[in-house]
Unconditional design. Structure first.
Length: 232
C-alpha cells in the first residue's frame, strides 16, 4: 500500500505492532519447541545430523532471494533501506566469501560433512511448503514484512538449536556459521523492527500479524518433520 493511502487509514489509538508481535503465542510455541527438540535429540549420529543440515540449506539458500523480492514490492525508500541492510549482510557485506550460504558450506566442510550431501538433499514436504511460503509472502509488502520480522526474531534460537545438535555430533565448539549469526542477528532484528516502525492501520496490523504467524507455523512444521525423520 502506498504511503499516502496508509496515512489516510491510520487509527488514532492502537497497540504498536511490535508489541503485538512480541507477545504472540505462536512465536512462543516455536521457541519452546526448539528447546524441546534439543533436549529430545540428545547426541545424534552423523547421518541424522546431515538430514537436519540438508533441510536447513533450502530456506537458507532462498532467503536472499526473498529479501530481494521484498525490496522490489516495497514502495518506501526507508523500508527498502532497512531490508537492504539485512540483504547486504546475508550476501557477505561486499565479500561473497562472507555470504551466509558460503560460510554455512565451509562450516560443513570443517565438520567433515560433504557439501553435496547437504546442498543437494531433496526437500521434505514441510521444507517445500516453507520455501513456497517465503516466495508467496514476498509478492506483497505487508505479508513480506510479516515473514521478515517473523524470521529475524526467531532466527538465533533456530540457528542455536541446529548448531548445538551439530556440535554434539562433531565435537566442534566453534562453528563459523553460528558465529556469524551471533554477530549479525541483533542488527537484523533491529532492521526488521525499523521496517515496522511507521504507524499501521488496524487492517494492516492484522495482515502483518497473520503473515508472521503463518511463518512461525511453517517453521514449527519444518522442525516437526525433521524430528519425525531423525527420531524414527
Amino acid at each position: 500500500m502506498p504511503t499516502a493511502a496508509r496515512t489516510q487509514t491510520k487509527t488514532s489509538v492502537q497497540t504498536p505492532i511490535l508489541d503485538l508481535l512480541s507477545a504472540n503465542p505462536v512465536k512462543a510455541e516455536l521457541v519452546a519447541y526448539l528447546k524441546e527438540l534439543k533436549a529430545a535429540c540428545g547426541t545424534l549420529s552423523r547421518d541424522r545430523v546431515a538430514v537436519i543440515l540438508g533441510q536447513w540449506y533450502h530456506p537458507l539458500h532462498y532467503f536472499p532471494t526473498f529479501l530481494s523480492r521484498l525490496i522490489s514490492v516495497t514502495p518506501e525508500i526507508e523500508t527498502q533501506t532497512f531490508i537492504s541492510r539485512i540483504l547486504w549482510q546475508e550476501l557477505g557485506e561486499g565479500d561473497p566469501r562472507r555470504a551466509h550460504e558460503k560460510i554455512y558450506i565451509e562450516t560443513l566442510r570443517d565438520g567433515e560433512f560433504e557439501p553435496g550431501e547437504v546442498a543437494e538433499a531433496a526437500p521434505y514436504e514441510a521444507t517445500q511448503a516453507l520455501v513456497a511460503g517465503y516466495a508467496k509472502a514476498s509478492e506483497q509488502e505487508l505479508s513480506g514484512l510479516g515473514f521478515l520480522y517473523g524470521t529475524e526474531v526467531v532466527d538465533l534460537p533456530m540457528v542455536s538449536a541446529v548448531g548445538e545438535l551439530m556440535r554434539r555430533c562433531t565435537g566442534k565448539r566453534q562453528l563459523a556459521w553460528v558465529n556469524i549469526h551471533v554477530e549479525q542477528e541483533p542488527h537484523h532484528v533491529e532492521s526488521s523492527e525499523e521496517a515496522l516502525q511507521p504507524e499501521w492501520a488496524e487492517g494492516e496490523q492484522r495482515e502483518v500479524m497473520a503473515s508472521a504467524e503463518e511463518l512461525w507455523r511453517l517453521w514449527i512444521n519444518f522442525f516437526k518433520s525433521i524430528r519425525k525423520e531423525i527420531l524414527a
